[in-house]
Design a protein around this ligand. Structure first.
Ligand code: MN3
Length: 200
């Protein structure tokens, strides 16, 4: 069965007051994410060895294999954006108790977590993602990945939150100011309830 673009879990105009305008969401979800899904389906049609695999299986199978670079880029980006949409909320920024405790325990403070996340987003040269990850050791950590890669591919752990730092994610709202986009995400858009639900 072909992969499909997941519907946004809110109206396309829902995040405008929190710093992500309708045009950003229309282009980012309806054009960019759709293009990754369409390209991935094209690869699956041509490659019998990909057929019947889940998205997670295609991401891990294609990671690090030069012959499957196109497959990995598009499967990774489909995986990343599928996590990204529920990472956002019109009423984001509030951190529920269990996650807050864990952030303080593993980073020292919520501000220390945010500082690490901001640094990861700012220093991801070119396109990529910043992540809050639950590592295999049971501790939270901040990571970053280039282009379409992600913590599933790298084996760094369970992604709780991911921030798209490709220019298409923020240019209409923040122009070249990626640090402002990142701070706005952490303080106003991030759906920490969703992140907490992925702690297990
Ligand atoms: Mn994107």
């Amino acid at each position: 069965m072909a992969f499909e673009l997941p519907a946004l879990p809110y109206a396309v105009s829902a995040l405008a007051d929190a710093g992500m305008c309708q045009e950003t969401l229309e282009l980012h979800h309806g054009k960019h994410h759709q293009a990754y899904v369409t390209a991935l389906n094209g690869f699956v049609e041509k490659h019998a060895e990909l057929q019947g695999k889940t998205l997670d299986e295609i991401v891990t199978f294609s990671h690090g294999k030069p012959d499957y670079a196109g497959v990995f880029n598009n499967a990774g980006q489909h995986w990343n954006h599928t996590l990204f949409w529920p990472n956002l909320s019109a009423k984001g920024g509030g951190i529920p108790g269990r996650l807050e405790k864990k952030l303080i325990s593993d980073f020292g403070s919520v501000d220390a977590f945010k500082d690490q996340f901001k640094a990861a987003a700012a220093t991801q040269f070119g396109s990529g993602w910043a992540w809050l990850v639950l590592g295999p050791d049971g501790k939270l950590k901040v990571t970053k990945t280039p282009n379409g890669s992600n913590p599933l591919a790298t084996g760094e752990g369970q992604a709780l939150l991911g921030l798209d730092v490709w220019e298409h994610a923020y240019y209409l709202d923040f122009r070249n100011r990626r640090p402002d986009y990142t701070a706005n995400f952490l303080n106003r858009l991030a759906n920490y309830e969703f992140a907490e639900s992925r702690l297990g």
